[in-house]
Design a protein around this ligand. Structure first.
Ligand code: NAP
Length: 256
């Protein structure tokens, strides 16, 4: 069981996949969960499971692309439970998107879905956590793809890299005022969303294991968390290699 107990935890993007599984694994810890995403029925189903396992749960259908809706979620969480101790910003999507097959609008949509959603929660959460005596933790489900330009996922890689950079700056600014930031970089996690996207997925891990890694990062609060280790080591190696050599390997991995 997760060691996190008696905390108010907001999970943005909790109706399926990693976010839903994190909510389920945190539920036995008698926490107060606020879960949000767009699909109301899926969210309600996860909320039922969380309550049955021992935590309070407020489910709020909301679109993270709408800044006002995001601010309303933070306000509702605070009204209900008094504070937000931990926020996991997990909404995002990274489909197969070769550059020669996308429109300008597709790329902008990727930026909105993986970067704007972080900004829309970062600002109201910062305002709220600065008011809290114990500050708070803002964690983001980034990706190992955010560490370098991954072929067929360029727009996604770029958006996740932007989010990491933003939170790196926020950490330096707001750390002394009590807000901690953790950026979590998963490799491939076998969620339903990515099961049929056609991308090769070396070293893929299960949803349950992925959620356990995420929760460990919420417990230990490193500035950056990377998992699983084989994919993290692969990315680290590729970054250290000369660009022409790394490009050959990346091309072989993306088009096996
Ligand atoms: N699976 C992987 O291999 C992998 C690897 C690295 C990183 N990640 C990252 O992990 C996170 C979760 O991915 P996943 O694989 O678990 O996929 P998922 O099942 O599709 O989860 C994404 C969650 O975000 C929500 N969401 C999407 N757009 C939203 C919006 N506009 N407003 C509010 N909620 C929104 C979705 O719910 P609704 O559709 O109901 O809104 C869903 O609950 C993503 O940020 C992804 O980039 C995943």
């Amino acid at each position: 069981m997760a060691r996190i107990t008696d905390r108010t935890i907001l999970i943005v993007g909790a109706s399926s996949g990693i976010g839903a599984e994190v909510a389920r694994q945190l539920a036995p810890g008698k926490n107060r969960l606020v879960i949000t995403a767009r699909r109301a029925p899926e969210l309600a189903r996860i909320a039922e499971q969380v309550r049955a396992a021992g935590s309070s749960c407020l489910d709020i259908p909301a679109d993270a692309l709408d800044p006002r809706a995001a601010a309303d979620v933070v306000a509702a969480a605070t009204r209900e439970f008094g504070s937000v101790d931990i926020a996991l910003l997990n909404a995002g999507d990274g489909p197969d998107m070769p550059i020669d097959q996308v429109s300008v609008a597709d790329v902008s949509r990727m930026m909105a879905l993986n970067y704007d959603v972080v900004v829309n929660y970062l600002i109201p959460l910062t305002e709220q956590m600065l008011r809290q005596r114990d500050g708070g933790l803002i964690a983001h489900t980034n990706s190992l793809a955010g560490l370098m330009g991954i072929p067929r996922q360029g727009p996604y890689s770029a958006a996740k890299a932007a989010a990491r950079t933003l939170l790196d700056a926020a950490r330096v600014e707001l750390g002394p005022r009590g807000i901690r930031f953790t950026t979590i970089h998963p490799g491939f996690v076998a969620t339903e969303r990515i099961s049929e996207d056609g991308l090769p997925k070396p070293f893929e891990i299960s949803e349950e294991r992925g959620a356990r890694y995420v929760i460990r990062a919420l417990e230990k609060e490193p500035a950056q968390a990377y998992f699983p280790w084989p994919t993290a080591a692969l990315v680290r190696t590729l970054r250290a290699l000369p660009t022409p050599l790394a490009s050959v390997i990346l091309r072989k991995l993306a088009y096996p």
